[in-house]
Design a binder for this molecule. Sequence first.
Ligand code: PXL
Length: 244
Amino acid sequence: MIVMSIAGVDPSGGAGVFADLKTFQAIGVYGTGIVTALTAQNPCKFFSTHPVSPQYIEEQMDSVMDSYDIEFIKTGMLYSPEIIELVGKKIKEYNLKAVVDPVMVATSGGDLTKEDIAKAMNKYLLPQAILTTPNVAEAEKLTNLKITKKEDAIKASELIECNNIITGGHLDGINTINIDGDIFIVKQELIETDNLHGTGCNLSSAITAYLAKNNDLKTSILKALDYVYEGIKNGNHGTLIAKI
Ligand code: PXL
C-alpha cells in the first residue's frame, strides 16, 4: 500500500509533508511526498514561504507515479490557484482518490496561500475529491457562511461540493461529517493545549492511510479522529503509535 501527500514542507516537522509521512508510517502504509512549497517556520512562528513551480510539482508527481501504483492521496498546502488547478488535473489523469485538506492559514497565523484560494478549491479540486476536511474557518471560506453553531456547520457541510468533515476544534469539539448527504455529528472532548500545530495535516493523512488499508470512508474518518485525539493528548508529538 503506497499513498501520496502533496503539500508544503514545514522544516520543524509538525505539519506538512514531513508530518504526513510520519502519520503514514505510524498507520503502516508507505508514504511518498510531493513538495508544493518550502516554508521557514516553527510551531510558534511563521517566517516565509518559497513556492515550487507548477511545472516542477508536475515533474515530481509524474516521476513517482511512473514507478508506484498509487490509489489514495492527500493534499495539503497548495499555495496558489495555479497549483490547485494542476493538482486537480493530475488527480483526474491518474484517477486518484484524493482527501483534500483545504489549507488556507497556519495555526501560527502564517501565510500558507498566495491569495484567497477558496474559489479555485471549489472549482478545480473539490469536484475531484472523495473527501475534504476543512476546519471552521476554511469551511466558512468555502461556503461564504458564518459558522458559530452546529446548525451552521450542518448547513455548510451541505453546501460543500463533496463528502466532508468540518472539524470541531473551533466548535466545541463538534465534528460534522457529511457522507453522500448523510450527516453524522461526532463530538470530542476539547483538550487544553497550546500544541495544535499540524493536527489538520495529521487528520487528513491518517484518513488517507486508513482508506489505503481498506477501511470504508466513515470508518477511516472515525479512526483518524481517534488517532489525532490521542496525539494531542500525548502532546501532539506522540502520534507515532496508531491503532491499525
Ligand atoms: O496545518 C496547516 C499547514 C499545512 N502545511 C504546512 C504548514 C501548515 C501549518 O503551519 O506549515 C506546510
